[in-house]
Each structure stands twice: as C-alpha cells, then as structure tokens.
Design a protein around this ligand. Structure first.
Ligand SMILES: Nc1ncnc2c1ncn2[C@@H]1O[C@H](COP(=O)(O)OP(=O)(O)OP(=O)(O)O)[C@@H](O)[C@H]1O
Ligand SMILES: [Mg+2]
Length: 276
C-alpha cells in the first residue's frame, strides 16, 4: 500500500479544519491504516486525539518539527488506536520557517520525513494552520504516488468565501512547483448554522464559481460534534449523533479520491520525486 495524502486547509481561522481532519482520520481508521499529522502549532488536532492540552511539555522535542528536522518521521509517531497514529505538534512549530532557513531545508522537507512511512499507511491526513505559510505549503507539496489531495474548508462566511481563491492558488502553485499529483478533492461546507438565511446563496455562489467542486455533504453545526473534544470517541453515548454529517462526507471523499486518476501524471510525478 501507499498512503493517499489529504490536507485540510483554508487561511480563514476557525473553519473546522482540526475537527474535520481529526474526525476524518478517526472514521477512516475504522477500516484502514491512518497517520494523521498536525502541522499547526496550536496543536488542536494533537489535543483532540490525545486529550492532552499541556502540549509544550508533554510533546517537548517529540513533534512534527523534529521529524522534519531529522528528515525521518518514524521516531515521532505515536499510537492513538489500533489503526490510527499521530505525529503531534506544539507551539514550537512556529519556529519552522527559521529552522528551515538555518538548516537549509526546502519545501520538500515534510515529504522527506514522511517517505520512510509512506508504505505503512492507507491515508496520511494533515491538519494545517489558518495561514498560507510553510506549514500549509509543505503538506500540499508532499508527493505520493497514490495521490495527494486538498480539502478546502468553508464555514459559509464572507471572510472564508474570499479566502477560497487564495487557497486554490496556493494549491495550484504547489502542484506546478512540487507535486503534479496534487488535486483539489473539494470544498467542504462546515459549521453551517441550519437557520442562517444566507446558506443557499453561499452554496449557489460557490457552485457558480467552482462548478462541481463542492462536496454535496454539508457539515452542520452541532453541539455533540463540538463536545467531542471533551467527551472523546470512546464510550461516548452521543458519538453517532456527533458524527452524523461526517460519515457521508468521508464516503464522498473516498469516492472522489477513487475517481481521480493521479496515475495520469505518474511519469511526471516520479521524475519530480526523483529530483526532490
Ligand atoms: N460541526 C461542528 N459543530 C459545532 N462546533 C464545531 C463543529 N466543527 C467544529 N466546531 C467547533 O468550532 C471551533 C473551530 O473548529 P476548529 O478548531 O476545528 O477550526 P480550525 O479551522 O481548525 O481553527 P484554526 O483556524 O484556529 O485552526 C472549535 O471550537 C470546534 O469545536
Ligand atoms: Mg485548527
């Protein structure tokens, strides 16, 4: 097996990137092997999956930052459940650009760190911060011969609406420069308030701007989903309710990823990987 890579992102904060990447990882790990990577120094995905909030101390020098600097992720992978592993992050990830500069690392550094484990997983799911920085560009630049995908998170707000084309531009840039296999899996509406009148207009606008790109599933705002960060996945009596919208999303994601044909670029992609 070779892992398919899925990166969740948007430069607008609070669009549910961390919750969505965490729940997606959890659901995929029911049947397949998943490595989830936290590329945000806030460490929200790390806390969500480990229930550990003292991330600076608990994960001191055991994070994705050290994995990137070592050029090998293996030592930094922690087990969450049978099929789900995590590479955590903490606040020191803010130093990534300086460390890259000091160590002469390029945007392919995450690719190099993940290469030794690429065959160990079916999926590598990556959470990114609300910024179009190295933390976001690196995951998008990470090549896999099984395919590399971006999920664009959208919370239905005007601010996020104007962040979409910027993120799509970053995706295009990463595809052209580093990762010819990269595809946009789709735009995912999330945190949608069922009562907000503007939802339909936003859906129409996105469909008009980016025909066929939006996921049909819409993740509605739900208290049970928010409470997952407190209650966790195990022995949670409201788990089914909390995951209600994510189950069809993950089905749709798998279908879209299967339909994509990254092989069409394989020769070019292999050449890129060899150059990196
Ligand atoms: N479907 C949902 N229903 C209710 N609350 C949600 C849902 N999804 C996420 N939330 C809550 O919304 C907030 C933002 O979610 P999250 O932290 O995942 O966003 P983010 O895009 O990762 O934020 P950041 O840009 O800061 O990294 C969190 O408090 C989270 O618990
Ligand atoms: Mg986040």
């Amino acid at each position: 097996m070779t892992a398919k890579i899925v990166t969740f992102g948007i430069s607008k904060g609070g669009c549910s990137k961390s919750i969505s990447s965490g729940i997606t990882s959890y659901l995929l790990s029911k049947n397949e092997k998943v490595l989830t990577v936290d590329m945000d120094g806030q460490g929200n995905l790390t806390s969500f999956l480990t229930s550990e909030y003292d991330i600076c101390n608990v994960f001191e020098k055991k994070t994705v930052l050290e994995a990137i600097l070592d050029g090998d992720a293996r030592k930094y992978i922690i087990k969450i459940s049978e099929n789900l592993d995590l590479i955590p992050a903490n606040d020191f990830l803010a130093t990534l650009p300086r460390m890259m500069y000091e160590n002469g690392l390029g945007l392919d550094a995450l690719q190099k760190a993940l290469e030794p484990v690429m065959e160990d997983y079916d999926w590598i799911i990556i959470d990114t911060p609300p910024a179009l920085s190295e933390h976001t560009v690196m995951p998008l630049s990470t090549y896999s011969k099984a395919g590399s995908y971006a999920v664009v998170m959208f919370d239905g707000s005007m601010f996020a609406y104007y962040a979409i084309p910027k993120f799509l531009e970053i995706i295009e840039g990463a595809k052209e420069r580093f990762n010819p296999n990269l595809e946009t899996a789709g735009i995912l509406f999330s945190l949608i308030d069922a009562r907000a009148k503007e939802n339909e207009i936003m859906e129409e606008s996105v469909d008009e701007d980016y025909p066929g790109v939006r996921f049909k599933t819409i993740i509605k705002r739900k208290a049970a989903t928010r409470r997952l960060a407190i209650t966790g996945f195990d022995e949670n009596p409201e788990l089914k309710n909390a995951l209600e919208y994510y189950i069809p999303f993950v089905k749709e994601l798998k279908k879209r990823v299967k339909q994509e044909q990254p092989q069409k670029n394989d020769k070019k992609a292999e050449r890129h990987a060899n150059i990196l």
